[in-house]
Structure formats: structure tokens, C-alpha cells
Design a protein around this ligand. Structure first.
Ligand SMILES: Nc1ncnc2c1ncn2[C@@H]1O[C@H](COP(=O)(O)OP(=O)(O)OP(=O)(O)O)[C@@H](O)[C@H]1O
Length: 613
């Protein structure tokens, strides 16, 4: 049976949706005396197996004239988690689309077309990871689109006949079945259009340009003033603001350059700043080394610098986030107590608590033979790629001897800890594991696609580098930090039993295939619940041998078997994992292919969960 809390939230939701008098149509049957699933409330579909879970709400064409109170649906955890489809099109629903919609985090379809919604679309829409179809057409939505273009799972986006403005994001239309943004007020270039879409998807947006619309983007930017017959440039209010913004930015840049020059002169008087920083950090190292056992994370090393030192280094911290997170300064970092929480082959990791309470993770890499300008460029490119499931460095510092990278500290730890820790494993069900796999695959596919021209792969993908954010969503950390050395390759060589792989760097083509291998191992961990290396037994070898002996089911985590997870879909995921850990790098699929394959399994899982009566 559906819980009382869920029932009253649903009744509240329908009351708000019904209009000003808040009196839902009694013929819908939504009342406290009955059960939404057993008594078949109008428009409610429940899970075929677990009759306490509401999967769909279909109230299209139902003469509803109230508002969409997303909070009453999505902020109630069992309902927010279980709902997959919301269909409210062809009503007269008004008001805004509330940001709370993102708490219905497993939504696959959100269909709101032909209503009277207005106001901006909430940015949180982009957080709906599983969303495949979004229909907001024939409403009065205005403002810019949230960043939906990075959601590679989206296959339908219908936004025609609204008052939307700003640029259409760079949607990859090759993945779309339906796409329509016509009859709005969008500006700028249209996305690259592949075969199935034509002008009708974009028409009646006077500010849009691109070959398909036979409107050259360059000419349009410099459009002529036809009225007075002269070839004068039309300068809009937006342009004036933009140009004054540029001038302001220019001034700021000049100020910064002058400031840096003055600082550099001072530095030259006092000696090389790199050495100073190194000596400050050597101080850190000494503190840590004396008191620490890095594996227990029990060490605590307070470090501080005097004001001259901090003034010298403050300009060398390159802040990537905009605006600066809580006014982060290098001095704050150096003054804050730091706790050594890990020391791997590639560097050390400190947890740093700043005075203002901000908690950061600082990765310190020594002796990476990369020039500061190459390193800066690399970090900026990774930062600009900007995928919601990738945690970029917020700031970095680079000297010849060492690099410091500042990340947000994630309280919920890593996927490795979550999977192999004692408390959380039981709660990690099949659907959650599949979603984690799909999110990482999608994020990595995106990063590979964007950073392929620059040859920047992750280079060190493993479950301890997948962090869980405050919403327990997986975020890939430390992207592009590692130069994969001979030793790393040789460990792979041993694991794979092949010896031909040459020295691979996180910037060589093989590095992308190495990421695929790393991802395959993560899939194996998710499926088996086992550690990569356990008492000398290598996970990939073990899986290969079990599969060869045709005891495939033996491979899977017992928790998944007892939960009744679909064996067929687990085997399908296992097959993908095995392809990823193929001995021959070239035989491994690309991350894009992998993301598509995993999404197909996930869709099957969702279809079976949302049973069609
Ligand atoms: N931003 C972060 N927030 C919270 N925990 C983190 C963060 N980054 C890393 N960790 C965790 O801290 C521990 C140490 O991280 P570190 O990156 O030094 O180790 P590693 O990933 O095991 O090794 P390496 O990256 O050097 O190969 C790991 O368990 C990792 O999951």
C-alpha cells in the first residue's frame, strides 16, 4: 500500500493543480479513504511489482487550471524517487515551474505542453539526469534555457511557441528524435543540424542564424539599418551593455597586470617565489611526515606562513571558478589547518578547513614535468569543458617543483568507500548502481568528446576518484591530472597479460583507452562488490576466469542477487565491462559507445519498473 504521507502529498498536489477553489474533481477518486495503486486513482500508475511505488501521473486534458506544486510531489522522498513520468499537457495550468522539480530525480518524461506556464525555466531542470522527453511547448515560458545540452540522454525537446530568449545551447541533435524551438525569441547560431531536422524546428526566431536558416551569423551581427538607408551598424541595448562589460573587464585586466608587475619586481628583489612556496610547503611536509599515518588519515598538520610570504604567493593562485568561491585566497589556504588524507604514487591530498568554514581538498603533485603555461592551459580546458558530473579544480597553483589543485571537499567520500565500506553497501541497490554507471559513462563520454582534440584524458580513473556529492550523485574527480608513467602501464601490462603497450601519458591517444579500462574495472566493482585487488587476487583476472568457466552468476554481488535484480541486465552490463577491460586497447569500445549501451540497459530497467498496464 502507498504510505499515508505520499497519499496526502498527492491529494495536496491535485488540490493546487485543480484551480483557485482547490476542489479536485471527485470523479478522479483521489481521496484519503482509498489507495492510489489498489483503487486506481485517475491518472496514477504504480510499479507492477511493488504496489507502494507511484511511477506515473498522467493528468493531460483534465481541465486543470491551478498551479504545479512540484514540492508536494518531489519533496516527499519515496514519491520524489519513484516517479518516472509526469504528463500534464493540454490543461490551463499557470504559474511557474518550481525548482523543486529536480527532486523528482528519476523523472524520464516531463510533459507540460499547451498550458499557461510562465516565468523562467528553473536551472535545476538540468539536474534531472534521466530525463528523456521534455515538452514545454505552447506556454509562456521566458528567459534563457537551463543548461540542458549536456544531458546526452535527452531525446525529445519541444519548446515551440514560448517567449524564450538567449542562445540555443549546443545540443547534439544527432541523439534527438524530436527537437523544436520555433516561435520564440532565441538569438545566435543554431546547433549543428543533422538529417532529420529542418527549418521548421527553428523558424520564427528573428535573432537566430545559421546556414539552415539562410542567415549568415556574421552578417547578422553587423546588420544594417535599413530604415535610413545607410550602412550603419545597429547597436542594441544588450550590445551596449556587452561592450561596456568588455571595457570594464579590460580595465580590470590591466589593473591586474600592473599589480602583478609590481609584485614581480618586489619578488625579484627578494628571490624566487617558487622556492619560497616550496619551502613553505616543505614545512607542511615536515609537519605531516612527523605526525602522520596517511592511510588512517589521522594526521593533523597545522601550517602557517608569514604575511610577506602570503602576499608573494597570493597572485600566483589561479582561480578558475567565477565568482571566486567565498573569496578564496591563497593566504587562506596556507593559513588553514590541513589534514593529510591520502598519499598516492601521484601526490598527496590534504583536507583544508578555511577560516570562513569552507572545506577544500588540496591535491599536491610534485615534479610533474609540464611547463606552467601548459599546465594552466590544461586546467582551463578541463574547467571549461564543464560537465555536472565532473568536479573541476576550483583553483590551482603551479611552480616548477609542484602543483597544487584546489577541489571542493566532498563529505560523502568516494564510490570506492561507499561500495566497499561496511555500512552503505546494503543500501546500494541495482538501480542506483546502474544509474551511477550511466552517469559516469555519460560524463566521461562528454569529457572525451570535448577534450579529444587536446588529447586530455582522465589518466587515473578508479573508484576512489569518483566522489559522491551532497545529492549522492557521482562526480569524476582529478580529471587530467595524471601523467601515466611506465610503472602504471606495466601494472596494466601485468594485469592484462600483454607487454606491447608503450609509455602512455594522460595526453596520448592510448590514455583514452586507459580510461575505458579504468571504467571497466569500476563496472566490475559495481557488479561484483569486490575490490580491484583483494588478497593478491586481481578482479579482472578473476572475472575473466569465472566467465570462461560459465559460472557467470557467481560473479555478481550477493546483495544484488538477493534483491532480485534482473540477471539478464546484470549480464548485459558485465559484457560491457568485459569489453572495456579487453587486453588490446584498440578493441575496447569508446566511452560514447559505452554510454549508449548502458543507457539502453537503464531504459530497459526503467521500462520494466514502470509497468505499462
Ligand atoms: N575532493 C575530495 N573530497 C573528499 N575526498 C576526496 C576528495 N578527493 C579525493 N578524496 C579521497 O581522499 C583519498 C585520497 O585521495 P588521493 O587522490 O590522494 O588518493 P587516490 O585517488 O587513492 O590516489 P591517487 O589519485 O594518487 O592515485 C581517497 O580515498 C579519495 O577518494
Amino acid at each position: 500500500k502507498v504510505g499515508e504521507e505520499v497519499k496526502s502529498s498527492l491529494i495536496n498536489f491535485l488540490a493546487k493543480l485543480s484551480g483557485t477553489n482547490g476542489q479536485p474533481d471527485p470523479s478522479f477518486g483521489w481521496n484519503n479513504a482509498t489507495d492510489p495503486c489498489q483503487d486506481k486513482w485517475k491518472g496514477v500508475t504504480c510499479d507492477s511489482q511493488n504496489r507502494s511505488l507511484v511511477r506515473r501521473i498522467y493528468l493531460n486534458q483534465s481541465s486543470l487550471a491551478g498551479v504545479f506544486d512540484a514540492a508536494s510531489l518531489c519533496n516527499v522522498p519515496p514519491l520524489g524517487k519513484s516517479l518516472l513520468f509526469i504528463k500534464l499537457d493540454q490543461n490551463s495550468i499557470g504559474g511557474q515551474l518550481p525548482a523543486a522539480i529536480s527532486n523528482c530525480r528519476n523523472l524520464i518524461r516531463l510533459l507540460l505542453g499547451q498550458n499557461q506556464f510562465h516565468g523562467n525555466l528553473p536551472d535545476s531542470l538540468a539536474m534531472l539526469k534521466n530525463l528523456k522527453r521534455l515538452d514545454i511547448s505552447y506556454n509562456e515560458f521566458s528567459g534563457n534555457l537551463p543548461n540542458l545540452s549536456q544531458k546526452s540522454g535527452l531525446t525529445t525537446f519541444l519548446a515551440q511557441h514560448n517567449e524564450l530568449t538567449g542562445e540555443i545551447l549546443n545540443f547534439d541533435l544527432s541523439h534527438f528524435e524530436k527537437f523544436n524551438v520555433s516561435f520564440n525569441d532565441f538569438t545566435g547560431p543554431i546547433p549543428v543540424v543533422t538529417g532529420q531536422f529542418d527549418e521548421s524546428s527553428f523558424m520564427d526566431n528573428p535573432g537566430l542564424c545559421g546556414p539552415l536558416l539562410k542567415r549568415d551569423c556574421y552578417i547578422q551581427e553587423n546588420s544594417t539599418n535599413v530604415e535610413d538607408g545607410k550602412k550603419s551598424k545597429v547597436v542594441s541595448k544588450d550590445e551596449i551593455l556587452m561592450y561596456s562589460g568588455y571595457s570594464l573587464l579590460g580595465l580590470v585586466v590591466i589593473c591586474v597586470i600592473i599589480y602583478k608587475l609590481v609584485k614581480r619586481n618586489k619578488r625579484e628583489e627578494k628571490g624566487d617565489s617558487d622556492d619560497k612556496v616550496a619551502s613553505v610547503d616543505d614545512g607542511i611536509e615536515k609537519h605531516s611526515a612527523v605526525s602522520s599515518d596517511h592511510n588512517t588519515g589521522a594526521s593533523r598538520s597545522d601550517f602557517s606562513v608569514n604575511s610577506t610570504e602570503s602576499a608573494m604567493v597570493s597572485t600566483s593562485l589561479v582561480i578558475l571558478t567565477s565568482p571566486v568561491p567565498n573569496g578564496l585566497r591563497f593566504e587562506d589556504l596556507l593559513r588553514a589547518p590541513a589534514e593529510l588524507i591520502g598519499r598516492g604514487k601521484h601526490g598527496s591530498l590534504y583536507k583544508v578547513i578555511c577560516e570562513n568554514g569552507m572545506v577544500l581538498a588540496v591535491k599536491r603533485i610534485k615534479d610533474w614535468a609540464i611547463t606552467s603555461s601548459d599546465f594552466k592551459q590544461r586546467m582551463e580546458k578541463i574547467y571549461q569543458a564543464n560537465h555536472p558530473n565532473v568536479s573541476p579544480a576550483l583553483a590551482f597553483y603551479s611552480s616548477r617543483q609542484e602543483k597544487l589543485l584546489v577541489y571542493e571537499y566532498q563529505q560523502n567520500g568516494s564510490l570506492s568507500r561507499f561500495l566497499h565500506g561496511t555500512q552503505s553497501r546494503r543500501a546500494f541497490d541495482w538501480m542506483s548502481r546502474l544509474s551511477v554507471a550511466a552517469s559516469i559513462a555519460e560524463a566521461l563520454a562528454f569529457m572525451h568528446q570535448v577534450l579529444h582534440p587536446d588529447g586530455i584524458a582522465h589518466g587515473n580513473l578508479k573508484s576512489s576518484n569518483i566522489l559522491l556529492n551532497k545529492h549522492m550523485e557521482p562526480c569524476i574527480s582529478e580529471y587530467g591530472l595524471m601523467v601515466v608513467d611506465d610503472q602504471d602501464c606495466s601494472s596494466l601490462v601485468n594485469v592484462n597479460g600483454f607487454k606491447s603497450m608503450q609509455k602512455t601519458e594522460a595526453s596520448s591517444p592510448n590514455a583514452f583507452k586507459l580510461d575505458v579500462y579504468g571504467f571497466g574495472v569500476i563496472l566490475l566493482e559495481l557488479l561484483t562488490g569486490k575490490l580491484v585487488q583483494n588478497n593478491g587476487i586481481d578482479l579482472t583476472k578473476w572475472v575473466h576466469s569465472v566467465v570462461r568457466e560459465e559460472w557467470t552468476v557467481e560473479v555478481f554481488d550477493k546483495a544484488l542477487i538477493s534483491e532480485g535484480a534482473s540477471e539478464e541486465r546484470m549480464v548485459n552490463l558485465l559484457q560491457i565491462a568485459i569489453k572495456c577491460v579487453n587486453n588490446t586497447p584498440d578493441a575496447r569500445p569508446t566511452m560514447n559507445q559505452i554510454a549508449l549501451m548502458i543507457n539502453t540497459i537503464k531504459e530497459e530497467e526503467e521500462r520494466s519498473a514502470a509497468y505499462e498496464p
